[in-house]
Design a protein. Sequence first.
Length: 250
Amino acid sequence: MNEKSASDAAGILSGLERVAVLTGAGISAESGVPTFRGADGLWRQYRAETLATPEAFESDPKLVWEWYDWRRGLIAPVEPNPGHRILAGWQDLFAGFSLITQNVDGLHAKSGSREVIELHGNIWKLRCVREGTVSEVRTTPLPRIPPVCSSCGALLRPHVVWFGEALDPAVLERAFDLSSSCQAMLVVGTSSVVHPAASLPRTAARAGAAVIEINPEPTPLTPDADIFLAGKAGQVLPALDRLLRERRCP
Ligand code: BV8
């Protein structure tokens, strides 16, 4: 990580109140959760884009649930990493802090973040396809695949947003409002290719916010970022936090 860039980033953040953070799968990578588009992003011979769709669920709910049950089993025992924990600490460091995530793994909440805006839902929640009721089920593996609703017998689906599905309008509106009103947006561990999430940093920049990106490699956002901190979230965020606290509480 470039020390000057990190120092510049800390200098920008230290004087601000309204700071928004957008995270992607990369912030959970050091907890052992595979990312979507990295080398470990495969499951059997499938890619996420082919399984995380209503069409795939319609045609083979059992296969889609085998994938989600496998992911739930993988995520259940993992712990948040220093990157998650630093961001949980920032909710008390900045008066107007907001955390927006594309991840469905629940690790931000597990690390102590109180108000997490989950753009794409949560893998621990199941939704009845008929009644629309949502329940949190932490059992892994699930006792039956695909699971069915205990009250009406219809299929249960993961309460996540699939490709080709609209995000919850209220969640999306809040995410765009926070992006438009923040003074800086930190973009951590996302390939910045999935929309509409990938539009949030540009919305922040258009509103005059500083955009700071943390990623081991450049992304389509990098050319538009004010500062690019090359590195892993679990290493860059603790270093940035130290620099920031030196400035905030000298
Ligand atoms: C919608 C839930 C409309 C499911 C997910 C505009 C332009 C182009 C395309 C579109 C567009 N508008 C819509 C689309 C289509 C589509 C889309 O964006 N497709 C992409 C692939 C081109 N979008 C949609 O379909 C969205 N819906 O727009 O609906 C609509 C409106 C009205 C009515 C009907 C429809 C819905 C998108 C949501 C899909 N669901 N997840 C599940 O998880 O099972 S998306 C999925 O990708 C995950 O949520 C994931 O978080 C997300 C984004 O991926 P990343 O998080 O960025 O992860 P990735 O693996 O890609 O990258 C990891 C990054 O981490 C890398 O950069 C890597 O370098 C970095 N990294 C690795 N290690 C570390 C690290 N960083 C830091 N530290 C490390 N240690």
